[in-house]
Design a protein around this ligand. Structure first.
Ligand code: GUN
Ligand code: ZN
Length: 442
């Protein structure tokens, strides 16, 4: 029994609440802290001297002295099939989809191809300290089957779904309301709540689903009430104007999803840049969440996310990389771009807010608080060791950081996968920067 217990020593930081609402009380920090893990879950947390005295019987002690230990990072919006076309030049959303995203996604009809990309994708998440993600597959059920198979082997907490789209897309990427329904249902039956995996019904966005298909999505969610829903919302001005034309009877963009019955708890909408006050109020009322995707929003020239309005209206927000419109798998880099987006609007954004959004905020957006996102006893022990000596320059810069916030802010602005020294899943280290990855891709 005790062999399954271990103590991890490091400087430990996590969040008990949103620091921009709850203030400094939301930030919990133990310099020379210790985390006690029992069978992959958090048993206790405190100052090292207290923990070592209290758990004198635990013999396995892992030391990461002087390093910062934070909860595993949570990416609330990312596209598996866009891994290979990240950084494709020159277009805004609708042209970018046609020119780059759709042609790449066609390759995922092949299970072997989907399995290869899934391996690389999950390796890359771990290299970046991301332990949970909400993932778009393609329209092919093979993409999700392959992805869940790989995620299950790594024992990672993952949410994913096959895309539903039955109009305004290439014919060989289209399903139908019936096929989208039956394929999604089969994947739910096979994968939902298996180990740490969960399914998300995934209509790509309102323009690519008929009213009948959106109705089929609602039917799935009614049949499986704890299944997730993920889609895109109000990302690009042209897209918004298109939705107004396609859904003339709905109040606005969110209204199109609302009228289909898809705005609910466990629904996560990526972007949400050009939203009215009515839409924000409705998101909060229905307990749906937004995924803020800064690198994508800047890359596609989509616009500036209004985080302050979300705070005002109590809309739950997580962060997403939105690879491959997003330009980085790193949630540190994503936090850095989130800061700049707030700067352009004259708003404050602290490193605490950034790391909150990448941990507990993400857990809340995915309705997983209590399972992941911080080190409350009983939480699954997914965490990351940040190395602030990752490069000579970072090491030099950090010597000049006096407070915890300065240290964290510099890591967020300057850091990326190079700063992720170790990634732990369920208390076991499954990625070590300076070693061969456990799941090496060919
Ligand atoms: N809207 C609909 N599909 C997509 C996509 O693949 N990426 C982004 N960024 N927005 C979308
Ligand atoms: Zn997206």
């Amino acid at each position: 029994e005790h062999a399954k217990r271990k103590i991890i020593c490091a400087d430990i930081l996590d969040f008990l609440d949103d620091p921009s609402i709850a203030g400094d009380d939301a930030v919990r920090y133990f310099e020379q802290g210790a985390l006690v893990i029992d069978q992959g879950k958090v048993l206790d947390l405190g100052a090292e001297k207290d923990i070592v005295a209290k758990y004198a019987d635990i013999t396995e002690v892992v030391r990461h002295d002087g390093k910062l230990l934070v909860p595993g990072l949570i990416d609330t919006h990312i596209h598996l099939p866009q891994t290979e076309m990240i950084g494709s030049h020159g277009e805004q959303l609708l042209t970018w989809l046609t020119e780059y995203a759709f042609p790449t996604e066609k390759k995922f009809a092949d299970h072997a191809y989907a399995a290869d990309i899934s391996k690389r994708f999950l390796d890359e998440l771990l290299r970046n300290g991301t332990t949970t993600a909400m993932v778009f597959g393609t329209v092919h059920p093979e993409s999700v089957d392959a992805f869940f198979t790989e995620a299950q082997q790594r024992r990672m907490r993952m949410i994913a779904g096959k895309v539903l789209m039955d109009r305004n897309c290439p014919e060989d990427l289209a399903d139908t309301p019936e096929l989208g329904y039956s394929q999604s249902k089969a994947l739910i039956e096979k994968w939902h709540n298996v180990d740490r995996l969960a399914y998300a019904v995934t209509p790509r966005f309102a323009p690519t689903s008929s009213h009948e298909q959106l109705a089929a999505c609602k039917q799935l969610l009614d049949e499986y009430p704890d299944v997730y829903m993920q889609s895109h919302l109000s990302e690009n001005i042209e897209e918004c104007e298109w939705v107004d034309k396609l859904f003339p009877a709905s109040d606005d963009y969110l209204g199109a999803y609302e009228d289909a019955g898809l705005v609910r708890k466990r629904a996560v909408f990526a972007h949400g840049i050009h939203l009215s006050e009515r839409e924000l109020i409705s998101l909060a009322k229905h307990q749906a969440a937004l995924s803020h995707c800064p690198t994508s929003n800047l890359f596609l020239g989509s616009g500036l996310f209004n985080l302050k309005a979300c705070e005002k209206h109590k809309v739950t927000v997580g962060m997403g990389t939105d690879v491959g419109a997003g330009t980085s798998f790193s949630l540190l880099q994503t936090g850095s771009e989130a800061y700049k987006i707030q700067q352009l609007q004259g708003e404050n954004f602290t490193a605490f807010k950034g790391l909150y959004l990448a941990t507990l905020g993400g857990a809340r957006a995915l309705d997983l608080e209590g399972s992941i996102g911080n080190f409350t006893p009983g939480c699954e022990a997914d965490f990351v060791i940040l190395d602030h000596h990752a490069t000579p320059f970072l090491s030099f810069r950090l010597q000049h950081a006096k407070t915890l916030h300065e240290r964290l802010f510099a890591i967020m602005m300057l850091g990326d996968d190079r700063c992720i020294e170790h990634t732990y899943v369920l208390g076991d280290c499954i990625y070590q920067r300076d070693a061969q990855p456990q799941f090496a891709s060919s």
